[in-house]
Design a protein around this ligand. Structure first.
Ligand SMILES: Nc1ncnc2c1ncn2[C@@H]1O[C@H](COP(=O)(O)OP(=O)(O)OP(=O)(O)O)[C@@H](O)[C@H]1O
Ligand SMILES: [Mg+2]
Length: 447
């Protein structure tokens, strides 16, 4: 049995870097908790503090309910697997896995049995006599896992253990790792910057940004009801569409949500209507995932957005259309690293349009393809168009946080449409997400 509790944990490094900022997190016995966030958000620092490799600057770390701040790493019954795990090259696979047992004086017969058990559970039972150099990347990763679990730790810490592997193998090992840790009933704290990995593996996901915990919940909770704009932007592929909207309350009818050339109407019987009405005359962000949008005939009435297809992406099982709808999208920083594959292809495809748009805007470089982090650090000193305030998501110290929206819509595979084609999509109003200009969710009550 093993539980972890972090109470008001802060880590400030010698140079003043605040790596972890007042973190509170409980990991239950046997739970598979994933720490998710972009590079530099403090994930590894959290793991290292739990392992005892780093001291918290403030706060308490409890293992099994006992204060563990001063406990040496070897007294914590913890095993850790790193991204750049190192196997002993001169030892066989079997000896590598059995090494921790040998260190703790387990006699060779018992050792052999436990190594064989672990190896067969990991599907590497037939390579025990080989050396690491004679293994594939995936097999090596399994050996590192085997070496970590052979001591039957109470708590398993894994820091991006799959990030060096190709995507096929990663998917395979994902399932294996989560299956194995559950079978063993071992509490696991697993770090990744890959949102798909987090959503598929976790019992619960804790999402961090710049040292601060943004949200924690089951994959269904954090995906279905993200606590902040950041979490909304970070989770899911394609990314959630995030549109800037002006709220206008018509007391006798509905709440109008004006988004450039488009308007949607939130009826008063929507449970969030009163909360959204508080923003009368102000800008909010409307989040709509592709699954909230359904293509319909152009003359359809009701909750419909209309636009033209700017470009299409074919993914085999589905196609994505990106619509120019004459509205503005809100750009969220720090979500770049989550889908490099998408960013690359999309970036290439958009390069032509991007260059054209930059040229027409004076080439100040603020427009960047979604999914790249390249806009981070661009401070051009211009206020956001129509900016009401100088903080929040609409403009931040003069940095642009909006660009013409390209609404991501799911279509059947290889649809009979091309770029420039007009398209209408029905919007499932109850599936919309609302965020204020600070990026906090506008909602009634809490989950
Ligand atoms: N020893 C150190 N001294 C100073 N700053 C540090 C130290 N170790 C980490 N940092 C900083 O603390 C922040 C958090 O680092 P951490 O390694 O926890 O991030 P991470 O979320 O694991 O990132 P990645 O996904 O890139 O591994 C970063 O800004 C990093 O530069
Ligand atoms: Mg790290």
């Amino acid at each position: 049995m093993a539980t972890v509790a972090l109470k008001d944990v802060t880590k400030i490094f010698g140079d003043g870097t605040v790596a972890v900022d007042n973190l509170n997190l409980d990991v239950g016995d046997g739970e598979f908790m994933v720490l998710l966030g972009p590079s530099g958000c403090g994930k590894s620092t959290v793991l290292r503090m739990v392992a005892g490799l780093e001291d918290p600057t403030a706060g308490a770390i409890l293992l099994d309910g006992e204060l563990a701040n001063d406990l040496a790493p070897r007294d914590r019954r913890i095993a850790m697997v790193f991204q750049d795990f190192a196997l002993y090259p001169h030892m066989t696979v079997g000896d590598n896995i059995g090494f921790p047992l040998r260190l703790s004086g387990v006699e060779s017969g018992t050792r052999g049995e436990r190594v064989a058990d672990v190896a067969s559970a990991l599907g590497i039972g037939d390579v025990l006599a080989r050396r690491p150099s004679q293994l594939s990347g995936g097999q090596r990763q399994r050996v590192a896992m085997g070496r970590a679990i052979v001591r039957r730790p109470g708590l398993f810490l894994m820091d991006e253990p799959l990030s060096n592997l190709d995507s096929g193998l990663r998917a395979e090992l994902r399932a294996e790792i989560s299956g194995l840790t559950r079978e063993l009933g071992v509490t696991t704290l697993y770090v990744t910057h890959d949102q798909a990995e987090a959503l598929t593996m976790a019992d619960r996901v804790a999402i961090m940004r710049r040292g601060i915990l943004q949200d924690v919940g089951t994959p269904t909770q954090v995906y279905g009801r993200p606590a902040t704009l950041y979490v909304a932007a970070f989770l899911g592929a394609p990314r959630m569409n995030l549109l800037e909207a002006q709220v206008y309350v018509h007391l006798d009818r509905h709440i109008a949500l004006h988004m450039g050339e488009q308007t949607l109407y939130l009826p008063w019987n929507d449970i969030r209507a009163r909360a959204v009405a508080h923003y009368h005359g102000e800008r909010i962000v409307i989040g709509m995932r592709a699954e909230a949008l359904t293509p319909v005939p152009m003359d359809t009435d009701g909750d419909v957005l209309r636009g033209r297809i700017r470009y299409l992406e074919h993914h085999g099982h589905e196609s994505l259309a990106f619509l120019d709808i004459g509205a503005y999208a809100v750009i969220v920083d720090d979500v770049g690293g989550t889908a490099p594959e998408v960013a690359e292809t999309r970036g290439l495809r958009r390069l032509g349009g991007l260059v054209r748009r930059m040229a027409s805007r004076g080439g100040d470089g603020e427009l960047v393809p979604a999914g790249t982090a390249a806009h981070n650090g661009h401070h051009n000193g211009r206020p956001g168009p129509g900016g009401r305030n100088n903080s929040g998501v609409f403009s931040d110290a003069g940095r642009h946080h909006r660009r013409p929206a390209e609404l991501a819509v799911r279509l059947a595979p290889y649809p009979q449409v091309t770029n420039g084609h007009p398209l209408a999509v029905a919007v499932r109003m109850e599936a919309l997400h609302f965020f204020d200009d600070r990026g906090a969710r506008i909602d009634v009550g809490w989950r």
